[in-house]
Design a protein around this ligand. Structure first.
Ligand SMILES: [Zn+2]
Length: 417
């Protein structure tokens, strides 16, 4: 659904450009007071000073929205989530709070294996309605584009089912968010392939990539490149094959140890490398040079009590940095954009301006969409958030509090409740 909309008396706050903003550029925002933004059939056609035509009836066939001086930002882009899954792991979380080790939790049937088991049991309709409920929560915080990953099936049937759920939700007129699907079959090693990771990678290449390409079920291929999961060599093999099937590479990289994931992302020209808690200096430098978006997930570090990724160093090294929520049933059951802002600015030393760029234009770049979303410019989609204030500094200042007054998706208004 898209509409004609005229927004006037807005304070436009936006990064500019049709590609990722790197290093120092991340702090550069365009700010226009008393501005008008015109959206025709869902696409931005004018951004500039208020004009007089409103009184002359020029905008007769438009919805009108008076922003009353409040901040108008690009819609937020959450470029890394796992929102399609079965079951929850709240009890396991309580074990972790009591100090139980990861291994002990695995032995009690917890961990990703329990989510895989629960997801495999669900039918399409149950999986879809669960995912839809989560999306509703996320969009109330201003997300207008969200990435979602498979990776809780780890077999042919359920991996494809997760991707089909995302396609179905994306095609639904009632879904007020664009969904970008990523194939993460290499999220973990399923029990059926115990101690045989190479055979499992062969299976993904042989049995799943051709179907995903044939049915256009995903845009990206991701892999959990980590010690004890998939090696750098296995990750390289999968992502190289995926590219031959038209899927762009992404990586879960250097989350637990410094394995060389950031370096591999640079070598492959990956669109993004994500997590990066233990990325090496050489890896950071290589990502900056090759234009790989470094996607940081502070909610996960917070929930796991891990040190935050070195976002400040990455920006200072000239990287394009994005922020995302990593909503998932294991390490981080949160899709909170407001808390992401707070953690990035309070604990990772982002400026507010850098955090805004990271959650808009650079998030769009991490999804290969910087040409169509992520900033308020003519030719881009009419996706916006209106804040509760004329001061965008409230974004981290309201710690974890939603300060989005209204979300606008393709020119359609959705007031927050
Ligand atoms: Zn993830």
């Amino acid at each position: 659904m898209s509409e004609n909309l005229i927004i006037f008396n807005a304070k436009v706050v936006t990064p500019l450009g049709f590609s990722a903003r790197k290093g120092k550029e991340m702090a550069e925002l365009q700010i226009l007071e008393n501005a008008t933004v015109e959206v025709v059939d869902g696409t931005i056609t004018y951004v500039g000073p208020n004009r007089g035509e409103i009184r002359d009836g020029y905008y007769h066939h438009f919805w009108h929205y008076n922003a009353r001086g409040k901040c108008l930002l690009p819609g937020f882009v959450d470029s890394h989530t796992h929102f399609v899954f079965g079951g929850e792991r709240a009890e396991e979380f309580s074990w972790r709070l009591k100090g139980e080790s990861y291994m002990s939790i695995m032995q009690r049937g917890g961990g990703i294996a329990s989510t895989v088991e629960a997801t495999r049991k669900l039918s399409f309709i149950y999986l879809r309605s669960r995912a839809e409920g989560l999306l509703r929560k996320m969009t109330s915080m201003g997300i207008t584009t969200v990435e979602g990953k498979s990776g809780y099936g780890l077999n042919r049937e359920t991996e494809l089912l997760q991707l089909k759920v995302m396609r179905s939700l994306n095609n639904d007129e009632c879904t007020r968010v664009d969904i970008v699907p990523t194939f993460l079959g290499a999220h973990a090693l399923p029990s059926e392939y115990k101690d045989r990771p190479d055979d499992y990678i062969d299976f993904l290449i042989r049995e799943l990539l051709p179907v995903i390409q044939r049915d256009s079920l995903a845009e990206f291929c991701d892999v959990f490149c980590e010690e004890g999961v998939f090696s750098v060599e296995q990750s390289r093999r999968l992502l190289t094959a995926a590219r031959d099937y038209g899927l762009l590479p992404k990586l879960h990289a250097d989350e637990i140890v410094s394995l060389g994931g950031a370096e591999l992302a640079a070598e492959l020209g990956a669109v993004s490398a994500d997590h990066l808690l233990h990325a090496s200096d050489a890896g950071i430098e290589a990502m900056a040079r090759k234009g790989v978006v470094a996607t940081l997930l502070p909610l996960t570090a917070f929930a796991l009590k891990e040190p935050y990724a070195r976002g400040r160093d990455m920006i200072d090294a000239g990287c394009a940095v994005a922020l995302a929520t990593d909503l998932n049933p294991g390490s981080c059951f949160s899709g909170s954009i407001p808390l992401t802002f707070a953690l990035a600015c309070i604990h990772m030393r982002f400026t507010v301006e850098e955090a805004i760029t990271a959650l808009t234009l650079n998030g769009a770049a991490a999804l290969n969409r910087a040409d169509s979303i992520g900033s308020i410019e003519v030719g881009k989609k009419g996706d916006f958030v209106v804040l509760d204030s004329d001061d965008y500094n409230i974004l981290p200042y309201y710690v974890g509090m939603n300060c989005v007054n209204t979300t606008i998706k393709s020119g359609v208004l959705y007031p927050s409740v």
